[in-house]
Structures are given as structure tokens and as C-alpha cells.
Design a protein around this ligand. Structure first.
Ligand SMILES: Nc1ncnc2c1ncn2[C@@H]1O[C@H](COP(=O)(O)OP(=O)(O)OP(=O)(O)O)[C@@H](O)[C@H]1O
Ligand SMILES: [Mg+2]
Ligand SMILES: [Zn+2]
Length: 719
């Protein structure tokens, strides 16, 4: 039975009257109509698409209360304030009940609720544990029950909150009003679990595309934290030049403070303010920060993910991730704060390969094991008197050293398995009723299977996030494909992503060369000798370790080279590590050495050019640590007083032949024959194959390939 209050008003008029908007955005009208008709409705639309309107307008048009469950206090407050600022809306009664309000405020809202003066009320899922609240709810008429950020109910979602799992039975106990579930980030699998976990009945689903055409995506790679700070400081003034405001997401509270400082310093010359927002700040401080950011007094907020979900500020011109989040869903959600007014805005990630480890650490740290669940139950039973345990979160933290997320998840699992039940909750304490003291057979192993699956799922999502950071193709297309958006091919915009604007060069493919033996000694003043040693080094190591090795460091990670008496060890003992690093960088820049990427642990190894250099003594222009530039010209290295006149003529002829041969085969000259080989040929002037094999670098393959031609060339030169 539809619950229309103002039946005379048309939907377009209602939009104008309550919101002052001219037109519905895609799918809004359809979703609103379905909800007004009493259907269960699932809305999945991109961030900033206007999902809130899909339940706010029905609330204004229906008799009875529209109850909205929302995961974050900041988010509730934000929406309520925005609505109260609209004159028509303020008349219908909008409020939020949260633990941040004083008890006087809370009871005033309950009074209004009971008196039927509220049409729209926002609450957190924990609120249903309050007996006072439940009592009032039982006495009033519910028009619909809304779950905002509904992905939180899915164990396959990126922000699973066990508290949300209670909602299904709460809805039943409230007489099963029609449901509305909305989210921006739901893969097909997550959509299915929202429907299942909420017990939606033949829901009408409204799935919009995920594309945000006015957002530009980019990822900048950083070598270390110093570079990351530098990049941020350099980018911020440019990002802020367009006006509006910005967000910088950091991974931890500490990092959040650091980033805010960098931002404040970088923006001070322009008179732009920046601040840090995280859960470690007091509730008042957080509200004040949010207000100052919303009003534009503070333009840039460095925040942890405690900030953001659902926050709606029109002119956010950029969202920078100082560290990438755990999943592409979180990223889409957080980056989605940008450009809600439809104007071009930027989403940037500062990427360092080690961030992945940080994220894995988070996953390990708050992932539960079956043993954790057992420990939690034991502790609860020990604390309990009669059947009731009062859990003090601080004590719990002291005893188990768990984060509050982990504690919440553990208790959530126990609830899910029917071992405990939450009877009440304040910010510091939970009251639990123990239903069973022991796990019945099979329950624990089922929990274990579930937990392992959840952990694997988180790691899989992390992998996708890392793939996004590392991809060399279109980031927008990758994101859309991830969410299964069919628009995948419709992204031809010029304002797309860094990879589309600036296609990266194809990666250099480095072929590891066959091993060569280590010479017994290495002359540190002779570049060829050093290159030979580097070529023979085994196992290969990264640059930092190589520097230690060359300088003869006592560090543990080069101990084995010291013990094995590697002749490279300590050849640049007296040089500074900066000088040795400069030397290695020159080798890399000159293509004599290759440094692998993060997947190859940055290992340094000789290139073909590097091997040819020491074997053939080709000219090398590299500064040896502590030495003047070693410049070898081609002429100098080829000049050989020992070569007879005939030998010199032959050498010239050989070079010419080699050059032509290389051209025919389309390979580098040294790959045909090395300079050393040519030189020996010119000296020895072999007339038969047997003599040829004595020449350096001429073995089976080369003999077969070039033997005949060489002998002919030598003969013809001296005929
Ligand atoms: N039909 C409309 N015309 C103009 N503006 C609209 C319309 N519908 C919604 N908006 C505005 O769009 C903005 C974003 O809406 P809303 O906060 O509901 O986004 P959302 O879909 O919930 O996003 P998120 O997933 O980030 O929470 C709001 O400022 C809202 O007032
Ligand atoms: Mg929202
Ligand atoms: Zn692109």
C-alpha cells in the first residue's frame, strides 16, 4: 500500500519543491517511484550520483518514519545538516541520533520521534541495542527502512561490518517495512550478498554505470618517503590553483599528521590552510574540522579513511592518496569525493611498491583466526558473572592487544555463530550475554574456513589495487571492468588518466646473460676489470647491497661475499657511498648495467653491452669512484703498436666485414664478433678452421657461421 502523503504533487514538482533541482538524474526517478510503491529497492550508482535523494524524497512524500542506517556519524551529520538547510525539508523533521550527542539531546530527539514529528531519522547500526530507542520505534509507524553504504553488510565487500548483519532480524522485528539499500561500490557478488543478508524480497534493482567522466586518474611512483613528501609538496600548490578544496588520504594517524604538516607548509605561501583529521582526535575536534572543511576555511584535509564515506562536498578539486588503500572499492569510494559538482577534478595516488607490505600488515593485524575467536570466548566467559559480561574496550585492548576493529570483528563472529548476544553498548563498554560457553562440534572449523576465505579475499582485492597502480593501460577502463560496468568501452574522453594522456614507454626487456667465471683479482682502477667482476658476481644483488659490497662494508647482508673472499669485495673501500652509487648509476645510464624493477627486487646485472665492453675493451666513459673520468676513445683502444702493417690492413678489412655482417643480420656489431676477436684475428691471421678455433670468441656456432667467410677474407687480404 503506497504511503503517499501529498498525492497531489507530481514527482518533478516534488524535486523542485524540496531540493530546488530541475531534473532527476539517471535512475533517481525510477528508484523513487519503486520505493513509493512499497517495493524493496537496491540502488547501486557511482559516488556522487545522488543516491541519497532516492530515499530522502520518498521520506518527504510519505507518511510515517523513514529510518536510515548509516555507518559513520560524520556522514549522518553531514546529510542532516544539508537537509535542514533546505526550508521545505526543515519543516518535515529530520534528525540523527548518535553517541556523540549529549543524553539530553538524545532524549529530545526520542521525544520528537515519539510525537511523530520526525519523517527522516539517521542512526548507526549499534543504536538498535538501545532499549529506549527500540521502545519508541515499536510505537511508531515506519514507512521504510534504509541502509546507506549497504556494502558494509557484505562479507565480500571491502568494508564489512558485522554490526550490519543484525539488520535483517531488526527489520523483521520492526514489522518488516519496505527496504531501500544503496551503495556505490558493489560488484555483482556484493550485490547478491546485500540482498541475501538483508533479506530483501524481490528487490527492484537500479544499477547505474560506475563511470565518473569528470575525474582524471593518475599514479606517481615514488622511490622513498622523502620523494613522496617532495612530490606532494610540489603538486599541492598546482592542485589548489583551481580553487575549491582537497583531500589527502593517509594510512595511519601518524602519517596523517605528517602529511598535514607537509601540506600546511607547502600551501602557506598561498595563504591556504591544511589540517589533519583522524579517529585519534576528540569528537568535538573532528566535528569542528569537518565543519571548517565543508565551509572552505580549511581547504585541504589530510585524513585517514575514518573520513569520507558518503561525504558530499561539491567543489573537491582533488583527492590524493598518499598511500593506496586496500582495495579498488575503497579507492573508488574515497576518490569519488572529488568533482561532485561535475567539474574536472583529479585523483592521484603516490605509489611506492612497499605500500603493499603495509597493507598486508594491516590485513594480518586485524584478520582473525579461529584461535582468536576461541580466546575471545574464553575471555568473555571469564569476565561474565551469571550470563552477562561487561566488556571494557580499553581492558580488552590491554589484555589482547587487539585493535578495536579486530575486537568488533571477533565479537561479531561469536554473535554470528550464536554464542553471544549483545545486550547494550556505549562508546567504551559492551554488554554481552553469553548464550553458550563452548563451541558445538564443527562450528569452530566452519568459522575457520570462513575467516580464511575472508582473508584471502582481502589479499585478492589488495592485488587488484596494486595492479591498478602498476598498470600501463587505461586506469578508468580497468576500474570500470573491475565493477563489471558495461560502459567499459565507452571511455574515449581526453580527460581520462595519466596512461591515456602519456602512454608509458614499453618496458625494457632485460635478458640475463649466461654466467661467466669470477677472475681471481680485480683492479679497482681499471673499469674493464671492474665490469668483468660485476658480470661474474653471483648471486646478483640490488644496488644498495652492491654499494656495501664494493665498499667492503661490515653489514650482515654482504657478509657472505666477505667470507667467500669475493674479489670485488671492498675494491672501492676508500670511496664514499655516494660516489659508488654515482658510479653504478652511470653504468646503468650508459646501458652497461641493468637494474630490475620491484618484481625483480631491483637486482643489478650486467647487460650485453656491459659484457662486450670488458671483453672487447670498447670505449667506456664512466667515472670510477674516487678517480678522474676514464675516457677511452675508440682510436686509443684500437691502436696497437704490436700489429704489423699487414695486420692493420686486415683489421680494417675485418671491421668492414663485421659492419656489413651486422647490418645483414640486423644485430649489433659486437654480437657478430668482439673487438678482441678481430684483434686476435689480425695478429694471428689464421688460414684454416683449426687455427680459427684458437681465436678468442670463436667457438662452434661462430665457426660454422663465419669460419668460411673469415678464412676467405684473410686469404684475399694477403694474396
Ligand atoms: N537531481 C539532482 N540534480 C542536481 N543535483 C543533485 C540531484 N540529485 C542529487 N544531487 C546532488 O548531488 C550530490 C551528491 O549526492 P549524494 O550525496 O546523494 O551522492 P551519493 O550517490 O550518495 O554518493 P556517495 O556514494 O559518495 O555517497 C548532492 O550534493 C546532491 O544534492
Ligand atoms: Mg551517499
Ligand atoms: Zn584512461
Amino acid at each position: 500500500m503506497p504511503l503517499l502523503l501529498h498525492e497531489s504533487i507530481s514527482l518533478p514538482d516534488a524535486l523542485h519543491q524540496y531540493f530546488g533541482f530541475q531534473e532527476y538524474r539517471p535512475l533517481q526517478r525510477e528508484a523513487i517511484e519503486a520505493s513509493l510503491n512499497g517495493a524493496d529497492v537496491l540502488v547501486v550508482m557511482p559516488t556522487g550520483a545522488g543516491k541519497s535523494l532516492c530515499f530522502q524524497l520518498p521520506a518527504a512524500l510519505s507518511d510515517g518514519l523513514t529510518l536510515v542506517v548509516s555507518p559513520l556519524v560524520a556522514l549522518m551529520r553531514d546529510q542532516v545538516e544539508a537537509l535542514q538547510a533546505r526550508p521545505e525539508f526543515s519543516k518535515i523533521g529530520v534528525a540523527a541520533l548518535s553517541s556523540l550527542q549529549s543524553s539530553v539531546e538524545q532524549s529530545m530527539i526520542l521525544d520528537d520521534l515519539e510525537a511523530g514529528q520526525l519523517r527522516l531519522l539517521y542512526v548507526s547500526p549499534e543504536r538498535f541495542r538501545s532499549a529506549a530507542f527500540r521502545n519508541v520505534l515499536d510505537r511508531i509507524r515506519l514507512a521504510r527502512f534504509v541502509v546507506d553504504e549497504a556494502h558494509c553488510i557484505s562479507e565480500w565487500g571491502h568494508d564489512f561490518r558485522p554490526d550490519y548483519l543484525q539488520l535483517k532480524s531488526i527489520v523483521e522485528s520492526l514489522g518488516r517495512p519496505p527496504l531501500v539499500a544503496v551503495t556505490a561500490t558493489a560488484t555483482l557478488r556484493v550485490q547478491e550478498s546485500i540482498i541475501r543478508n538483508l533479506g530483501m524480497r524481490q528487490p527492484q534493482t537500479f544499477i547505474g554505470g560506475f563511470n565518473r567522466p569528470n575525474l582524471h586518474y593518475a599514479v606517481h611512483r615514488c622511490k622513498n618517503d622523502a620523494q613522496r613528501q617532495e612530490m606532494l609538496a610540489r603538486a599541492l600548490p598546482k592542485l589548489c590553483a583551481k580553487g575549491g578544496s582537497g583531500l589527502i588520504y593517509a594510512a595511519t594517524r601518524k602519517q596523517c599528521e605528517e602529511v598535514a604538516e607537509v601540506a600546511a607548509r607547502a600551501l602557506a605561501p598561498q595563504g591556504i590552510r591544511a589540517a589533519a583529521y583522524h579517529a585519534g582526535l576528540g569528537a568535538d575536534a573532528r566535528l569542528e574540522l569537518q565543519r571548517a572543511w565543508q565551509s572552505g576555511e580549511i581547504a585541504v584535509l589530510a585524513a585517514t579513511n575514518a573520513f569520507g564515506m558518503g561525504i558530499d562536498k561539491a567543489d573537491v578539486r582533488f583527492v590524493v592518496h598518499y598511500v593506496h588503500p586496500e582495495s579498488l572499492e575503497s579507492y573508488y569510494q574515497e576518490a569519488g569525493r572529488a568533482g561532485r559538482d561535475g567539474r574536472p577534478s583529479r585523483c592521484v595516488i603516490l605509489y611506492h611498491f612497499a605500500d603493499r607490505r603495509l597493507r598486508e600488515w594491516f590485513i594480518d593485524n586485524d584478520s582473525l583466526t579461529a584461535a582468536d575467536i576461541q580466546t575471545a570466548l574464553q575471555l568473555i566467559c571469564r569476565i561474565a558473572s551469571e550470563d552477562t559480561a561487561i566488556i571494557n574496550l580499553d581492558q580488552w585492548k590491554e589484555k589482547l592487544n587487539w585493535t578495536s576493529v579486530k575486537t568488533r570483528l571477533a565479537i561479531g563472529e561469536l554473535e554470528r555463530a550464536g554464542l553471544v548476544e549483545r545486550a547494550g553498548e556505549t562508546a567504551e563498554q559492551w554488554i554481552l550475554r553469553v548464550l553458550q560457553q563452548k563451541f558445538s562440534p564443527g562450528v569452530l572449523s566452519q568459522i575457520e574456513t570462513d575467516l580464511n576465505r575472508q582473508r584471502e579475499e582481502r589479499l585478492r582485492r589488495l592485488q587488484e589495487m596494486v595492479n591498478y597502480c602498476k598498470t600501463t593501460s587505461c586506469r578508468r577502463r580497468m576500474t570500470l571492468a573491475y565493477f563489471g560496468d558495461a560502459q567499459e568501452n565507452a571511455t574515449k574522453s581526453t580527460f581520462c588518466c595519466d596512461n591515456c594522456s602519456n602512454p608509458p614507454p614499453p618496458p625494457v626487456v632485460h635478458q640475463p646473460l649466461s654466467k661467466v667465471p669470477m677472475p681471481s683479482s680485480i683492479a679497482g682502477h681499471d673499469i674493464y676489470s671492474v665490469l668483468e667482476g660485476l658480470d661474474a658476481l653471483w648471486p646478483t644483488v640490488g644496488k644498495a647491497r652492491l654499494i656495501k659490497l664494493l665498499r667492503g662494508s661490515k653489514a650482515k647482508d654482504v657478509e657472505r661475499f666477505r667470507n667467500d673472499e669475493c674479489p670485488l669485495f671492498g675494491i672501492f673501500e676508500t670511496a664514499s657511498s655516494a660516489a659508488v652509487e654515482a658510479f653504478l648509476l652511470e653504468l646503468i645510464e650508459n646501458g652497461l648495467m641493468h637494474q630490475g624493477g620491484e618484481d625483480e627486487y631491483f637486482v643489478c646485472s650486467i647487460t650485453e653491452k656491459g659484457r662486450a665492453a670488458w671483453q672487447d675493451k670498447t670505449p667506456v666513459n664512466v667515472l670510477l669512484p674516487g678517480k678522474a673520468h676514464q675516457v677511452k676513445t675508440a682510436a686509443a683502444s684500437y691502436e696497437d703498436p704490436d700489429l704489423s702493417e699487414g695486420g692493420k690492413v686486415l683489421l680494417e678489412a675485418l671491421r668492414k666485414w663485421r659492419w656489413e655482417q651486422a647490418r645483414t643480420e640486423n644485430i649489433a656489431a659486437y654480437m657478430v664478433l668482439s673487438n678482441r676477436s678481430l684483434h686476435e684475428l689480425a695478429c694471428v691471421q689464421p688460414y684454416n678452421e683449426n687455427a680459427l678455433t684458437q681465436i678468442h670468441g670463436i667457438g662452434g656456432v661462430k665457426l660454422e657461421k663465419y669460419g668460411k667467410a673469415l678464412i676467405e677474407l684473410i686469404k684475399s687480404t694477403f694474396q
